[in-house]
Design a protein around this ligand. Structure first.
Ligand SMILES: [Zn+2]
Length: 208
């Protein structure tokens, strides 16, 4: 690693949106944009979403992206009992294994980021072989009021101001993300960015 290195991990939460869905085929479009530019990314897959879109889940794995779990029901984890946490993670793991053909462990992202600050949840996660992956750059792409250009600028400027090792939070369903992704990659590459999976930035056993 050199002083000027700018590694960027693009991460996509693949989930049933809690709002009106984006354009049909958006997730497949993202995969095409990534493949055309030879970019590896990380996908946090919701178990129920994988069951609904098994072909897309399989493509994500088949194209070599890093896979993590984004829970099964996308519930607030702080509202679940310890048994509920275990059951949810197990259902997600099974759904992802059946569809994508891969084990999401150790990577996990809390739905809504809810649970990140909770010591008990974090140690429950780690006892089940997972670690939470947060983010450094959040363009709020879930918000329908955000334009493509706002998502683009927010990611490019956020990654640059963070510097090396920026983890970017995106979702598979917003149309603005689908429209912005090619330009995000090209602009960051023009700044010297190299796109990596989260495993290149984080210790799998780490608790941060
Ligand atoms: Zn989510």
């Amino acid at each position: 690693m050199t002083a000027s290195e700018l590694r960027v991990a693009l991460t996509f939460d693949a989930e049933h949106p809690s709002r009106p869905p984006g354009p049909a085929g958006n997730a497949e479009h993202l995969l095409e944009v990534l493949a055309a530019r030879d970019v590896r990314a990380t996908f946090f897959i919701q178990g129920r979403w994988a069951t609904a879109y098994p072909g897309v889940a399989k493509s994500i794995a088949g194209e070599g992206h890093t896979i993590g779990s984004h829970s099964h029901h996308h519930a607030m984890f702080t509202l679940l009992s310890p048994d509920g946490v275990r059951a949810d993670l197990k259902s997600a793991q099974e759904a992802i294994a059946e569809t994508a053909g891969s084990d999401p462990r150790p990577w996990f992202r809390f739905p809504f980021g809810d649970g990140e600050g909770d010591e008990e949840l974090r140690s429950a996660l780690s006892s089940l072989g997972y670690r939470n992956v947060g983010w450094d750059v959040d363009p709020d792409d879930w918000d329908h009021a955000r334009t493509t250009d706002e998502v683009l600028r927010s990611v490019v400027e956020g990654a640059q101001s963070h510097g090396d090792g920026a983890i970017v939070l995106l979702h598979t369903w917003p149309g603005s993300t689908g429209e912005a992704l090619g330009d995000i990659i090209e602009r960051l590459r023009a700044e010297g960015a190299r796109f990596v999976g989260v495993e290149e930035l984080l210790d799998p056993a780490g608790r941060a």
